[in-house]
Design a protein around this ligand. Structure first.
Ligand code: SF4
Length: 287
């Protein structure tokens, strides 16, 4: 059985950097606090916790004099302001590509456009993008786009991990509703590459395995893209969930993983698939 691994499977550079910053800060200061989970992966959170990187749900739970790490997803200006007024150290783990989206949406607003974000309601990244401007409209799907009123001037940005197909469907509808529409494609390049690779692999392989937590919207999107092209697609969170029968009559398997899946879990899954397939050869990286 041939085993292909999508080259950009797993941690994107933004998440990798944020996790490394959390470890470094915890070792330097003894402990570091984060508002909410830094990545949507239970094992990473557990390991970080052991290293001294603690998750708190409320800003007020960060003890005086301690260090607060702002996550890769971005943070609202209001929270930045509050944090600066508190007796704590601040470390910024915001992904530069998220900062770029903040910049773009502010530019659209300055141009006098109603701002629109294509993204998931309530997702931390979307919440922080929305907080950069006055009353943006958030649209998650084509149904919501159809309900939108007509607007004279508007500008669109996207959540970094959106699927291009969803964005295109929404924009097709908005083009009929907005007279002067400007679209800035802020899907980040690691997401684009990951999506392209899984689409191709899913068409070429007998079985697809997507590794990622079910709390990760990003991993679920990968599974959706794979399932649309290959019915034998399975999302697993760890190697233990792989069953021999998944690989019956399978000559090739493609593997991808969400941006919050650490390397070690990908390696464990590859090892288990090799064991099941009795394949001692190395896996092939798919670009
Ligand atoms: S998914 Fe893209 S924008 Fe988000 S942290 Fe990763 S690289 Fe940055």
């Amino acid at each position: 059985m041939k085993i292909f691994i999508a080259k950009d499977a797993g941690y994107c550079f933004g998440v990798r950097d944020a996790v490394n910053i959390a470890y470094d800060t915890a070792s330097e200061h003894g402990e570091v606090y984060m508002l909410g989970t830094i990545v949507h992966n239970e094992r990473v959170i557990e390991n970080l916790d052991k290293a001294g990187a603690k998750v708190v749900n409320d800003f007020e739970d960060v003890p005086d004099g301690k260090t607060l790490l702002f996550r890769a997803h971005g943070t609202s200006p209001e929270l930045w302001k509050k944090a600066k007024n508190k007796n704590i150290n601040l470390v910024d783990g915001t992904c530069p590509l998220v900062t770029e989206i903040h910049h773009e949406i502010k530019t659209l607003e300055k141009e006098g456009r109603k701002t629109i974000i294509i993204g998931d309601h309530g997702h931390d990244e979307v919440v922080a993008i929305a907080a950069q401007v006055e009353k943006p409209i958030i649209i998650a799907n084509i149904g919501e786009a159809k309900k939108m009123r007509r607007i004279k001037r508007a500008g669109i940005v996207t959540q970094s991990t959106q699927m291009i197909e969803n964005v295109q469907e929404i924009i097709n509808v908005l083009m009929q509703k907005v007279y002067d529409l400007r679209f800035i494609n802020t899907i980040c390049f690691p997401t684009r590459r990951n999506h392209e690779q899984i689409k191709e692999l899913a068409c070429q392989c007998d079985v697809m395995v997507v590794i990622g937590s079910f709390t990760s919207a990003n991993s679920k999107r990968l599974t959706q893209l794979s399932l649309e092209r290959n019915k034998r697609s399975y999302q697993v969170t760890s190697a233990e969930e792989l069953k021999e029968e998944m690989f019956n009559n399978c000559a090739s398997v493609g593997i991808s993983a969400g941006a919050s899946t650490p390397d070690e879990i990908i390696e464990e899954v590859v090892t288990k698939i090799k064991k099941i397939s009795k394949n001692s050869e190395g896996a092939i990286l798919y670009e």
